[in-house]
Ligand binder design. Structure first.
Ligand SMILES: NC(=O)c1ccc[n+]([C@@H]2O[C@H](COP(=O)([O-])OP(=O)(O)OC[C@H]3O[C@@H](n4cnc5c(N)ncnc54)[C@H](OP(=O)(O)O)[C@@H]3O)[C@@H](O)[C@H]2O)c1
Length: 336
């Protein structure tokens, strides 16, 4: 059936300016890291992506290696673009990244010009696109001169294959250097994508402040701590959950200490009329360095539940104080 986007889609979610750029991003964006590989039903993937678009989520985030297998999320999203979203290309912000292992040999990961530009071409071909809106260096490469990595991003812009560029998983100092190098090349660093959630608070140690100071947007990934900052595991480990179906969260992380804090957070959420997922997003988006929270979803119901956070009342000082003892950095163990 032909897809006709909802007429009221732009009444559904607020947008925020990305740093000091001209680009507005939805307060909540959708990422296709998990749940969009060949291991998942394409019709469910399509339902999630189209529902997100109908609810005003204009930004879809990908990377070369999303799957499984790596590359399949881009291929599957390319199918949805072809079948449904193609007429709406100019209403979409589509991002991809390169940095983690993608193909065999010395040119299939990290930050060389060789890898980044070859990977971008592969991503465009998998998605059937002429350009991505944002192309990221997915991680800092300690062995490649940052000038080379940033030069590859600048080339992506100059060749018309990316409209904007970003970095992900860079620390504060690496971010400042990347910003300066790009600036010298006449390119603005649009955005940084760090992990930030109730149980990973590293960006609070200087990175968010640097982003605000430099006028760089912040889109924070895994704002629901991959499901740990939701009610998903409060009554056992569901068979269809990420803990059971992927290898990113070990079962041992669902321990008594975690459950005690997650239940306390859940009580605070219920008290203010939210689900824990919604409160986790409200908490994440409270920081001025956060332009958008980049969620995942394995169903339309989860997506709809999470998106309600875009309209929630801000947390009061009392609520923030109540959350604080439970928002424990690395409560669920060190993140990779
Ligand atoms: N730059 C990077 O290095 C990097 C790394 C990781 C992620 N990312 C980006 O960030 C995106 C989001 O990451 P993420 O998937 O880890 O995000 P997340 O939003 O923290 O976790 C998503 C998972 O939480 C559960 N969930 C979602 N909504 C829920 C709700 N309302 N109630 C209960 N459970 C809910 C689902 O788990 P179940 O699957 O168990 O149902 C879902 O798969 C990725 O797709 C990717 O675009 C970037």
């Amino acid at each position: 059936m032909t897809f006709d986007a909802a007429m009221n889609r732009y009444d559904s979610i607020p947008y925020r300016r990305c740093g000091r750029s001209g680009l507005l991003l939805p307060r909540i964006s959708l990422g296709l890291w998990n749940n969009f590989g060949d291991d998942r039903d394409l019709s469910v993937q399509r339902d999630i992506v189209l529902r997100a678009f109908d609810l005003g989520v204009t930004h879809i985030d990908l990377a070369n290696n999303y799957g499984p297998p790596p590359g399949s999320a881009e291929r599957n999203f390319g199918k949805i673009l072809t079948s449904d979203l193609h007429p709406y290309r100019d209403e979409l912000i589509i991002s991809s990244k390169a940095g983690f292992d993608m193909w065999e040999g010395p040119y299939g990961e990290w930050g060389s010009r060789k890898y980044l530009l070859a990977s971008l071409d592969q991503s465009l071909s998998r998605m059937g696109l002429d350009y991505v809106d944002i192309f990221y260096s997915h991680r800092f490469d300690p062995d490649t001169p940052l000038e080379e990595t940033m030069g590859a991003l600048a080339h992506a812009i100059h060749s018309g294959k990316a409209l904007y560029v970003g970095i992900s998983n860079y620390d504060e100092q690496q971010t400042r250097r990347a910003y300066d190098i790009l600036k010298d090349m006449g390119v603005t660093l649009l955005i940084h994508q760090p992990r930030y959630n109730l149980f990973d608070r590293r960006p609070e140690d200087g990175l968010f402040d640097a982003l605000v100071e430099l006028g760089v947007g912040g889109i924070v990934y895994s704002p629901l701590a991959q499901g740990l900052a939701t009610d998903r595991y409060l009554n056992g480990i569901p068979a269809d959950s990420r803990v059971r179906t992927a290898h990113w969260i070990e079962e041992e992380r669902i321990n008594d200490e975690y459950l005690e804090h997650a239940r306390a957070l859940n009580d605070i959420a219920i008290e203010r009329g939210q689900t824990l997922a919604q409160m986790a997003l409200t908490w994440t988006m409270r920081h001025p360095g956060v332009t958008s929270a980049l969620i995942g979803a394995s169903s339309v119901a989860q997506l709809e539940d999470s998106l309600k956070a875009a309209h929630a009342e801000p947390l009061t000082d009392d609520e923030l104080a109540a959350i604080e003892p439970h928002a424990i950095h690395q409560l669920v163990g060190p993140w990779s």
